[in-house]
Design a protein around this ligand. Structure first.
Ligand code: DON
Length: 305
């Protein structure tokens, strides 16, 4: 597996230059576009990696499946479903899903920003910093990495330039869907997006979703298996935003991207995959990362279809 990953990284490295690093959060624009790394954790706990797999970057939207998982663990399926729908949006991650009709919970999806911002309100805790701490703690447990922390510079950068997310939170409030102080909720969301990870962390997290809540090789059950089913289904239909249909045909795995350049892909029962390459396509997904996944998927027959 190591040799295969090395080969695919080298073959796909030229494509890193076709992507563009996220510029709307100034701190993210500092990333090195030429980097490409991958880590795979198999269901029996074997780890393989290649390229810049140890480079750290901010998790960004890849926190959304973990946010959804914690909301499910805290409230159960029915409550979460009633507040944030599951229909694929076919829209960009920062789309404001509102025209002249009323904004209803069924118009939201946990994988795009409006749904994810609302999910922060479902996390249990006596304050927003405490909710964030619980989310960070769950992320550490899934990754098996107790040292994960928030990158304060990226957090501040996103907070300063986060007008669009601010607009979404206030719209949710005005439509009666968000009942807490929007600024506090956004603070939790911005910090959650700013957790620093590497490909190994993403691969370990993905692996827990692949093996239905267990952590290989010990088999410790970290969360109920039915929540892996729920999160994977939502990832499959909306994890790559308006690129989800294309990704389903090309790769055929539940996956989540982040504008930091990460992709987490779940190969049910087989493996978790973490990828990093900060050059993005026009939909905000890692360009070389998707190509690498596509080729790995073909070589290992990973598509679930
Ligand atoms: O909400 C934002 O703008 C970011 N913090 C997260 C967006 C993101 O990662 C979209 N993914 N491709």
């Amino acid at each position: 597996m190591d040799a295969l990953l090395e080969k695919l990284v080298e073959e796909n490295r030229p494509f890193t230059r076709e992507g563009r690093v996220a510029g709307y959060i100034p701190e993210l624009a500092k990333a090195d576009r030429d980097e490409l790394g991958i880590c795979v954790v198999s269901s029996d706990g074997r780890i393989s990696s290649a390229g810049e797999y140890g480079r750290t970057f901010t998790i960004q939207s890849i926190i959304k499946p973990i946010l959804l998982l914690l909301a499910l663990m805290d409230n159960g399926e029915d409550t979460v479903r009633a507040r944030v729908g599951v229909e694929a949006t076919g829209k960009p991650f920062d789309a404001i899903n509102y025209t002249d009709q009323a904004l209803l919970s069924e118009h939201l999806n946990p994988m795009v920003n409006m749904g994810a911002i609302l999910l922060c309100t479902l996390i249990h805790g006596t304050s927003y910093p405490q909710r964030l701490e619980r989310l960070l703690e769950l992320t550490r447990r899934l990754a098996g990495n107790p040292s994960l922390s928030v990158d304060e510079a990226v957090y501040r950068s996103e907070k300063q330039t986060g007008s669009r997310n601010r607009a979404m939170a206030f719209l949710l409030e005005s439509c009666g869907l968000l009942h807490d102080d929007p600024e506090e909720v956004l603070d939790c969301y911005f910090r959650a997006c700013s957790i620093r990870v590497d490909c190994r962390d993403l691969a370990h997290i993905a692996c827990t979703f692949a093996v239905r809540g267990r952590r290989p090789p010990s088999g410790e059950q970290l969360f109920p298996a039915r929540y892996a089913h729920y999160v994977n289904a939502v990832l499959m239909t909306c994890g790559m935003y308006n690129g989800s249909g294309d990704f389903a045909v090309k790769v055929g795995l539940p996956a989540k991207s982040g504008v930091g350049g990460g992709i987490m892909a779940v190969s049910p029962a087989r493996m978790g995959i973490g990828i990093y390459s900060p050059g993005l396509d026009e939909k905000g997904n890692s360009l070389a990362g998707i190509r690498l996944l596509e080729q790995l998927g073909r070589r290992l027959s990973l598509s679930i279809f």
